[in-house]
Design a protein around this ligand. Structure first.
Ligand SMILES: Nc1ncnc2c1ncn2[C@@H]1O[C@H](COP(=O)(O)OP(=O)(O)OP(=O)(O)O)[C@@H](O)[C@H]1O
Ligand SMILES: [Mg+2]
Length: 459
């Protein structure tokens, strides 16, 4: 029987939670404050902790940080008062599985608890197995060789099982749609509908009725009642792509729906309850649109509970070759010998700066496949625009071709450059934490600093 530790300094809430969860068949232990909770954690094992955020003397955030440090196998759900969602978001960033706002609904509580327990169960069961699987295959169909993409996948894995709204940022072609689908596929809603709507492609006049539906006679041409995307996605996920293009009046309506979890059809008077998880994507930062009064700040806060930033392809060259391989496999189909990418072609693809990101890479490979001869992808098969850009870059010295990296260099200079590259990568891999990097490299922090190129003033 799963064991749950409940921590709240308000006796009424503590008792209520205790009663509900015992009624659900869980083995619960109530704790009236953080100190008591810490004592219990030291002597007993729990599968899940539910903790209020606002408590004295030890508040929920401190409790959470201790728990995620020492009891990583235990899930944590935070309780937060309505209107303090930003703290809850902070909590999720610090390792909480999910949060519940007070006053909570019974089924919401029960569902979140179930989900957390399932997730942590699966984690522990798979632990040994998981450590053997390379990251590359961690999330089906998402190539993630670079630290930046791995971080994205880790985020997806962590937030997918929750009900939280997610905002996905990334330049065009970086994989926002792919990430949104993965969030659905790795969630308990996976067997329900995934609906996607591109807010930029939908005319403003149609958007309201598309999203919420309309009743017969609501407007000219509304010859019958029609359900909208929200109702169609009931129980599942609704992906609002290019949310930055959503007109302000629809933004207000969307906000209402997110708050009330109910929709009203255009021209109708009844409210229908909907249970839909929202994922939104944008290629521009919504903050700047808020400043221009083009996006509602309150909606932004609702949507960006968790945001995932997909880095542009030019900042993660490690992904290029694995992506090419992945695309070739996808395009060629199973059991077919893959075409060969020759060195010149590879060098061009490696050095291009990919303004259109993975989508542009896909197009380039398709182009190459169309013009390939004898199953080999050469420089000549690539789009001329890409080849020209890279060759111009090499001529002007902006790009160092790989062959030139070796030219006219002493062995010492070459090794020095390689060492720098390796140091920098290690530091990037641990998000800039030099102490950790030094540890991984097996050198002292002082040695690491000595080896790093000296930064010039103002850099
Ligand atoms: N990491 C990745 N691994 C495998 N395929 C990827 C990856 N990233 C993107 N792709 C592929 O690249 C193409 C573009 O991705 P997607 O449509 O998700 O990008 P997007 O950010 O939504 O673009 P846009 O802003 O143009 O809508 C898709 O075919 C997708 O499958
Ligand atoms: Mg897209």
């Amino acid at each position: 029987m799963p064991r749950i530790l409940i921590v709240d300094d308000e006796p009424t809430i503590l008792n209520l939670l205790n009663k509900i969860l015992t009624g659900q068949g869980y083995d619960t232990t109530p704790a009236g404050d953080g100190e008591k909770a810490l004592q219990l954690l030291q002597t007993e094992t729990f599968d899940l902790m539910i903790s209020d955020i606002n408590m004295t003397p030890i508040n929920g955030m401190e409790l959470l940080s201790k728990a995620s440090e020492s009891y990583a196998d235990m899930g944590v759900i935070m309780l937060t008062a309505y209107g303090t969602v930003s703290t809850a978001v902070e909590a999720m960033k610090n390792g909480a599985f999910d949060y519940i706002t007070k006053p909570f609904k019974l089924d919401e509580l029960v569902l979140t608890v179930q989900r957390a327990l399932e997730y942590y169960n699966a984690l522990t069961e798979n632990k040994t197995l998981k450590s053997q699987i390379v990251h590359l295959e961690k999330l089906d169909g998402i190539i993630a060789e670079s630290p930046g993409m791995r971080k994205v996948c880790d985020m997806v894995e962590r937030v997918a099982p929750t009900n939280t709204t997610v905002l996905v940022y990334g330049e065009s072609g970086t994989g926002k749609g792919l990430v949104a689908r993965a969030l659905h596929r790795y969630s308990p809603r996976k067997d329900k509908t995934f609906m996607a709507v591109n807010c930029a492609a939908l005319p403003a006049q149609l958007m309201e009725s598309e999203m919420f539906g309309h009743v017969k006679g609501a407007f000219t041409g509304a010859s019958s009642t029609k359900i909208g995307l929200f109702e169609a996605a009931h129980g599942g996920t609704l992906f609002l792509d290019e949310i930055s293009s959503m007109p302000l009046d629809i933004q207000s309506k969307l906000l209402r729906v997110l708050q009330d979890k109910k929709i009203r059809k255009v021209g109708g008077s009844d409210h229908t309850e909907v249970d839909v998880r929202i994922i939104a994507a944008s290629n521009e930062k919504l903050e700047s649109l808020i400043e221009q009064d083009k996006f509602r700040e309150d909606l932004y806060y609702r949507l960006s509970v968790i945001s995932i930033d997909i880095p542009p392809l030019r900042t993660r060259p490690e992904d290029i070759l694995p992506l090419i391989d992945h695309i070739l496999r996808k395009e060629s189909g199973p059991d077919v010998e893959l075409p060969l990418l020759d060195r010149n072609a590879q060098e061009i693809l490696d050095n291009y700066n990919w303004p259109g990101n993975v989508r542009e890479l896909e197009n380039a490979i398709q182009h190459a496949l169309t013009f390939a001869q004898n199953g080999s992808l050469t420089k000549e098969t690539l789009p001329a625009k890409i080849v020209d850009a890279v060759e111009a870059g090499i001529r002007s010295g902006v790009i160092t071709s790989r062959r030139d990296q070796f030219k006219g260099k002493s062995l010492k200079a070459f090794l020095h450059d390689k060492e720098n590259e390796f140091l920098q990568r290690t530091i990037d891999n641990v998000a800039g934490d030099k102490e950790k990097a030094a540890e991984e490299l097996g050198i002292s922090l002082a040695t690491l600093y000595r080896k790093l190129p000296q930064k010039k003033n103002g850099e």
